[in-house]
Design a protein around this ligand. Sequence first.
Ligand SMILES: C[S@@+](CC[C@H](N)C(=O)[O-])C[C@H]1O[C@@H](n2cnc3c(N)ncnc32)[C@H](O)[C@@H]1O
Length: 287
Amino acid sequence: MERGRKGLQDESAIGQSVLEFYKALPFNYRQSVAEHAREIRARDAVAVYPVLPPLLGDPAVRVLEIGCGTGWLTNGIAYHYGRPVLGIDFNPVALERASAVAAELGVGSQFRVADLFTWMPDAPYPLVISLGVLHHTNDCAGAVRRLGGEFVAPGGHLLVGLYHQPGRRPFLDHFRAMKAAGASEDEMQDRFRELDSRITEDTHLQSWFRDQVLHPHETQHTLKEMLPVIEACGMTLESTSINRFQPFESVDELYDQEQDYARIAAERLAAGEYFPGFFVFLARKTA
Ligand SMILES: C[S@@+](CC[C@H](N)C(=O)[O-])C[C@H]1O[C@@H](n2cnc3c(N)ncnc32)[C@H](O)[C@@H]1O
């Protein structure tokens, strides 16, 4: 589809505002390099995604992370699984931190400043991961097509994490209502701190609060919307967080389950729990 002049302006304006936003303070930023490294050493956060450890067990796997930010995953894979990983992100501030953390940990992860829409790998990768990134671009489906179609090797895997349309709504509505009622940013940050009590350090909290509540551009999606996109790249859905990565008989049961996400999100929020409304899917390149 041909885009008009206005469309092109919007496209670059979105990318530019997202980049400036993250340059001011990258997501998941901590006070010091030592703190990032301590957190990675202390626990294997990669295993939060149970589909990853079996894939990382393959000695031939090479990993590409798109939009790696400060590199908790890229450096975590290098540290806990010893696999070669390349992280790309268009924010040089985040990558400076990610590289310093790699040096502190003594791992060989590589980082490159690049925009996912213009960069191309020298060769496709057996495992491509992108968590919490593509919904901050002007074309989420186009980005999934690019990763699945061009970055993943035949037989390889793609793991993508996105905001979920029904699941995200209660969280966004909650903070929009606070703002409409005149709450200040400090008050909203205090509310976010209450909800997400895992975060104790101020810089870290601020980087999460901005990302979750003050972001200049995010979109929300569903598995049902994404399935035709991944199939058009010759990929088959293998697993998803929608049913907690359990085996499934048909995608229709997953579509039914994802409809329930608005209710689950509202209940969690009412119980004072953090529920960002995020889902992941793992697809394999089969054609
Ligand atoms: C919410 S952060 C997630 C970072 C990381 N994946 C994580 O889980 O901590 C989104 C990241 O996407 C990056 N990003 C957004 N658009 C991008 C683009 N077009 N090309 C490369 N990176 C991009 C941002 O710079 C930012 O680091």
